[in-house]
Design a protein. Structure first.
Lengths: 449, 223
């Protein structure tokens, strides 16, 4: 006798139980025997009660069952588990905003839901605990959910297949929904009880792989719990931007002034005469470097200094030329004191190859012969030897202007993504009962509302 | 394990638990009650209706690091459905119930009702009928009645702490907390019993010896 028990324990039990519809006589295969309470006959739509051992006809229908996108009995693998679609419910809010729910079953994993409104598919699981309250949101497993739909009334419009509760067309529940990117938390309440479901948005690839249905790639308006496709790019761009900006800043700090290769002073007079001076040697050691030549004229006022530079390689006589101008004017008019220009002039030579160079400077200085400035002109008390242009040649200097352009180029796409992200979030949140929040609200202009 | 001959059909019947008084004969479905060494057959248990529960007598698992074995089951029905209550025997001889309904599992242990001070539970135990939605607490934790109905024993198998005759009707109240904790009060006339526990997942129990159901892959849980 004991051996008989062991044999039966090792044997497989059938997965389904056959029964016949008392209305149309069709043979039905009960997939969740022991759990199923109601069946809507897949042939005639009649609703049957199998809560007890017999099959009782609750509501008789004689109609062709709906053709489903996922025929009942179809199996598919989602999140690593195989599921069979055993029930189908069509619901709406008083006939508007229809959506469909498939009841999925696996005897070892229980029930799940597959929910679609035609624009996307979600995989739902009933919760056995109640979410906690956060700041104007709900918290489940450490994730915050923002309110989205409030006080909806969901009614059952059509049923097919088997269910673990007593289904009734027309049955109504009050629904509320909260979202976080990729997930929706739903509360349903009837007179007796409150139930909570969390559903995860499936990627088109996941649902196609599991049940062969093809949802639209980019539903518009977006689904309530659809993550902004731009948020990820934006995050990456922000981090790349911040990283690059830091790097550029570091470059500016470390290399901005560069290492000084040479300092020299050039005497001048404000007489317009051209002078030539040669400063050297200047040794550039790296294969290529940027060379900056900075001229500073301390006492310059209402005058200018022209500087023609030629950086000449001692070996090859190759010459790199640049032009600099220091000019400074000041005076007084009806608006008061004014000044413009700079006593310094910096020029840059990009990509100078390694070598030993001389800097040949052709320069001249001239007073600004304006009647206005005549009395405020050059202070003649200065001795000629104080009139010197100090020249500094440095290498490796990082071009600040280039850095700025780099940063702008970097942040332009960010602005673009921000724009797209805000448009997406606005379209998504405009579907909700709560309205726009966060960035979508921040960027809402008055005519946009 | 003690083995006896069924007083009705003579087949071997074994008691895995030394303490439980009732055993349903696997062969003739007689309900056998033992008092000391004396065995009496008290009528017959109904045949269990077919279901696709993955649990069966002999399934083993662990709950909070303590191994158990499934040794009995009662199937209850009410107007809108039915559910299983599996009796678990732990290594220390204690037992617990694994409730199985709507594809979800609850693990419950008996809770001394005479020590319960809170109003709602006391009123239920005293014979009151409270509607779903009534809130109260037990031992500081909030509980709400989610279901209160008459339940009828459909069938039973294996070892049980009580006789479970078919058509035996009790008043059954299910209570839920917010954190997955649950309680169940079962009342039969004057006698009330309270069970307290929480929702569990099959994966968490890491069961072995699950029932094999045709066409479905039995999950293997890391042991």
């Amino acid at each position: 006798m004991a051996s008989e028990a062991i044999i039966s324990a090792a044997a497989e039990v059938p997965a389904a139980k056959a029964l016949s519809c008392p209305s149309c006589g069709g043979t039905l295969s009960l997939k969740a025997a022991g759990y199923t309470v109601s069946i809507a006959c897949v042939y005639c739509g009649s609703i049957l009660d199998v809560a007890n051992d017999d099959v009782r006809l609750i509501t008789e229908y004689h109609r062709q069952a709906a053709e489903l996108e996922i025929p009942l009995g179809t199996r598919g693998r989602l999140k690593g588990v195989e599921w069979e679609a055993i029930g189908y419910v069509e619901r709406s809010e008083g006939g508007a905003y229809p959506w469909s729910e498939y009841l999925l079953f696996n005897p070892y994993h229980g029930y799940r839901w597959l929910i679609t409104n035609g624009r996307g598919w979600s995989f739902g699981e009933m919760l056995t605990r109640t979410p906690g309250a956060g700041h104007g949101s709900l918290v489940l497993d450490g994730h915050g959910y923002a309110p989205f739909f409030r006080g909806g009334r969901a009614q059952v419009d059509y049923v097919l297949g088997e269910f673990y509760w007593r289904v009734r067309v027309g049955e109504e529940v009050v629904t509320d929904d909260w979202v976080r990117p990729g997930f929706m938390l739903s509360r349903e309440q009837n007179a007796q009880e409150v139930s909570w479901t969390v559903s995860e948005l499936l990627s088109p690839r996941e649902i196609r792989g599991a049940f062969g249905v093809r949802p639209p790639r980019k539903p518009w308006p977006p689904l309530p719990h659809q993550p902004s496709p731009y948020a990820g790019d934006m995050k990456k761009l922000v981090w790349t931007g911040v990283g690059t900006a830091l790097f550029v800043f570091l470059l500016l700090v470390v290399m901005g002034s560069g290492s000084t290769l040479l300092r020299g002073n050039l005497p001048y007079a404000l007489d317009g005469t051209s002078r030539t001076a040669t400063l050297g040697p200047i040794t550039a050691t790296r294969p290529y470097q940027a060379i900056a030549i900075n001229a500073h004229v301390p006492q310059l006022d209402n005058a200018w200094v022209d500087l023609d530079y030629a950086l000449v390689d001692r070996k090859t006589q190759a010459s790199y030329e640049a032009y600099g101008l220091a000019e400074r004017y000041s005076g007084r008019d009806s608006d008061g004191d004014w000044s413009e220009g700079s006593r310094s002039a910096e020029v840059k030579l990009a990509a100078v190859p390694a070598g030993t160079y001389d800097l040949v400077v052709d320069y001249s200085a001239q007073r600004w012969n304006s009647g206005l400035s005549a009395n405020t002109g050059f202070v003649s008390a200065l001795t000629p030897d104080q009139r010197e242009i100090s020249v500094r040649v440095s290498s490796g200097s990082f071009f600040g202007s280039n850095a700025l352009i780099a940063l702008i180029l970097l942040f332009l796409p960010l602005l673009f993504f921000l724009h797209r992200h805000v448009k997406f979030e606005q379209a998504r949140q405009d579907e909700s009962d709560v309205g726009r929040t966060g960035m979508a609200r921040l960027f809402t202009s008055s005519d946009d509302d | 394990m003690q083995t006896f001959a069924c007083p009705n059909c003579g087949a071997d019947v074994s008691f895995r638990s030394p303490a439980l008084p009732v055993r349903i004969c696997d062969h003739c479905r007689s309900m056998i009650v033992r008092r000391g060494d004396a065995l009496n057959a008290l009528g017959k248990a109904a045949v269990l209706p077919f279901d696709v529960s993955p649990i069966m007598i002999g399934t083993r698992g662990r709950f909070e690091d303590r191994p158990f074995e499934v040794i009995g089951r009662v199937r209850w029905g009410w107007t809108d459905g039915s559910w299983n209550e599996w009796l678990l025997l732990f290594g220390d001889g204690s037992n617990a119930w694994l409730g199985e309904a709507m594809g979800q599992y609850l693990l419950l242990r008996e809770w001394p009702l005479d020590r319960v001070q809170t109003q709602m539970i006391r009123r239920l135990a005293a014979g009151e009928r409270l509607p779903a939605g009534t809130s109260g607490e037990l031992d500081g934790r909030p509980l709400t009645i989610v279901d209160a109905r008459d339940a009828t024993c459909i069938a039973a198998e294996g070892e049980l702490p009580y006789t479970a005759p078919a058509n035996w009707t009790i008043y059954s109240v299910d209570l839920r907390g917010t954190d997955g904790s649950v309680a169940s009060l079962q009342r039969d006339g004057e006698q009330a019993d309270l069970y307290v526990g929480r929702y569990v997942s099959l994966a968490e129990l890491a069961p072995t010896g699950l029932r094999r159901i045709e066409g479905w892959q039995v999950p293997t849980y890391g042991q």
